[in-house]
Design a protein around this ligand. Sequence first.
Ligand SMILES: Cc1cc2nc3c(=O)[nH]c(=O)nc-3n(C[C@H](O)[C@H](O)[C@H](O)COP(=O)(O)OP(=O)(O)OC[C@H]3O[C@@H](n4cnc5c(N)ncnc54)[C@H](O)[C@@H]3O)c2cc1C
Length: 409
Amino acid sequence: MFSARGDGGKSSSDLPSSTCDVAIVGAGPYGLAAAVHLRAAGLDTRVFGEPMSFWEGMPKGMLLRSAWDACNICFSSGELTLDRYQAASGARFGRPVPLEAFVSYARWFQRSAVPDVDQRRVMSITQNGGGYRLVLEDAETIGAARVVVAAGIGCFPWRPREFEDLPQKLATHSSEHRDLSRFAGSNVLVVGGGQSALESAALMHESGAEVAVIARAPRIIWLHGGAVQRKLGKATPLLYAQTDVGPAGISRLVANPGLFCRLPRSTQSRLAHRAIRPAGAMWLVPRLADVPISTGRRVIRAVPAGEMVDVLLDDGSARRVDHVVLGTGYRVDIARYDFLSPELLGGVRRVDGYPLLGRGFESSMAGLHFLGAPAAWSFGPIMRFVSGSWFAAQALAEAVGKSPASLQS
Ligand SMILES: Cc1cc2nc3c(=O)[nH]c(=O)nc-3n(C[C@H](O)[C@H](O)[C@H](O)COP(=O)(O)OP(=O)(O)OC[C@H]3O[C@@H](n4cnc5c(N)ncnc54)[C@H](O)[C@@H]3O)c2cc1C
């Protein structure tokens, strides 16, 4: 078991009340998967955070874009799968997987595999000799030889500059809405052409809002994956990996992060862009049949007009609406993880907000690891999806388990 070192000169209140080999920040799919693998590798591992809290905030009625098998958390274990959950719980749900069913599945996974998640938030992480010191929301201090940041994208919503001057009452990011029926009877403009934007538009339209969509792309890309795979039949696995990220062929390449990260950077960037460009699931098409979608249009300005918003487009036209919903996605910037101390952050080599990660998803700060979307620059686009959790968790446990630094005594 790790024991905190380098405490000379610290008062007793600074000393950790307990220590562990690995502290995981976040109990979403990546944090849970990491805990399973690290514990299997014999490491004393603690997990902090409210299980699945990010998913609890997603819109009611949402369906997952990922295919059934790609919703399995660390699916290489083969045990705690969505199929097993359905069989064990008797829950009945179909495909696409409804949000509520996925959250119930993930909670079942957590109760079965990591029942002792500590629900407290981690407020700060600092270096502590050869390891790290974590301060929890009730001020308790924990020491850990390693820290795995699996804190998700909850603090990375992207709000374009054009909307900066609009108050919350008039413009919100899609991530802020659990219940989109609050817009019933309102006139809403959705900005964006990806799944979040399009599904938010469908849910608001179905709740009785008057909705329109504006997207920059010249056309909306609809994902035909399921239909193509049905046509391919037994040949499907040659072109599509179970991870369900990216189109035919590219899907297989990005499903192998060990290979992906050895490709030239320019190839990685091209593949990543192609794999995750904004697109909507095919099943949204009929649901949006009565929603006007303007493509190839940019918003150049958005200003309050009394209780409403005036939105000016690049073709010179203008729209007056009650509210703008920004389905503009997320941009990773680990500087927004407010629990990382400035000294720690300063020691992490970064590119465009992403940490540069090496073997075992370790950053340039020894013993500090990042999983999930922040790992996408180093290990590719599947890190943005649940289906990448098996690779990340396994690679982390393999690297840490073999490293003598992992088990201090
Ligand atoms: C609308 C929407 C739809 C999506 N649909 C899909 C889909 O169909 N398929 C798919 O694979 N992916 C989908 N995603 C992406 C999805 O968010 C990620 O795949 C997934 O959440 C990654 O898991 P994670 O564990 O990295 O992060 P999260 O699930 O976000 O988990 C991180 C956890 O860390 C916790 N945390 C943060 N800070 C702290 C702290 N200081 N202390 C303690 N805990 C902390 C958070 O509360 C959170 O619970 C979707 C995303 C959105 C926004």
